[in-house]
Design a protein around this ligand. Sequence first.
Ligand SMILES: Nc1nc2c(c(=O)[nH]1)N[C@H]1C(S)=C(S)[C@@H](COP(=O)(O)O)O[C@H]1N2
Ligand SMILES: [Mo]
Length: 317
Amino acid sequence: MAVYRPPHIPSSEITPKKHWLNRRQIIASAGLAGAGLLAPGVFAETLNTVETDYTVKDDLTPKSDVTSYNNFYEFGLQKSDPKSKSGDFNPRPWTVEIDGLVSKPTTVSIEDLLASQTIEERIYRMRCVEAWSMVIPWNGFPLSALLKMAEPLGSAKYVAFETVVRPDEMPGQRGFFQSLDWPYVEGLRLDEAMHPLTLMAVGLYGETLPNQNGAPLRLVVPWKYGFKGIKSIVKITLTETQPKNTWNLQAPNEYGFYANVNPNVDHPRWSQKSERIIGASTGGFFGGSGRKDTLMFNGYADEVAGLYAGMDLKRNF
Ligand SMILES: Nc1nc2c(c(=O)[nH]1)N[C@H]1C(S)=C(S)[C@@H](COP(=O)(O)O)O[C@H]1N2
Ligand SMILES: [Mo]
């Protein structure tokens, strides 16, 4: 495990980012290349990324697990649904609208973002509220860079996010049984949103995001439970009041707005003290337990604890 090498450019070469834009290649996935026909959503584009100091020592979760064990209720409730049922989803063309309390309401395309932003590699821990975890090499850029394009006003205190609604392409959004109210919505306090760790991911393992992981761009907030990491974002709104978030609307006594990873605040139905490591070996002579203790703020306390100074984290769960 953890032998993956990202297709990064040495930092000595990163300065003129305009130059490497043209070098991005389209790679048709194996079987389809010969067919001369690309089904929507089944291509991956290699990203040229730059290495960063944002990394952790833990073993990487194998790519096959990162892309096959997913939560994305727009495609279904089973962990295997997002991969097996997202073949009709087409993440291009795509635009993200930024509005609300900004001086420059902005609509930007994924192509423009890929062309204008330096795409970083960041290896982050990811902890789902369901008490499992992964370690994922994301590719993306700070959310702050995107928000600054729209010039947030002084009155903006929060950031609200919305996922796309496309029942034709998302089987979990059509039919008799609807698991959630759509669109899936999430939010952050503005200082959380502007924190350098907060990432707009456009890829993982050096390629554009698979549909099941939130193509073409999704939020990653590594010190919070995974449900804050809203996928396939189409709208971002700067607000003065705290935005609604889907899981809090669904079960307010179980899922809060803050959702900071915290081993000392249990979910009402299970402990949050430890986590199951997805993809970890549990067998063989040296087989581990496949579990580890959950860390305060998912191990990012040094960076983010200050954001919550003086706050009661049991009340604000
Ligand atoms: N739009 C949308 N975003 C979502 C979800 C979802 O169902 N819909 N699930 C969340 C949950 S609970 C988790 S744990 C992560 C999972 O991300 P991954 O599948 O890329 O690991 O996505 C989050 N973002
Ligand atoms: Mo989750």
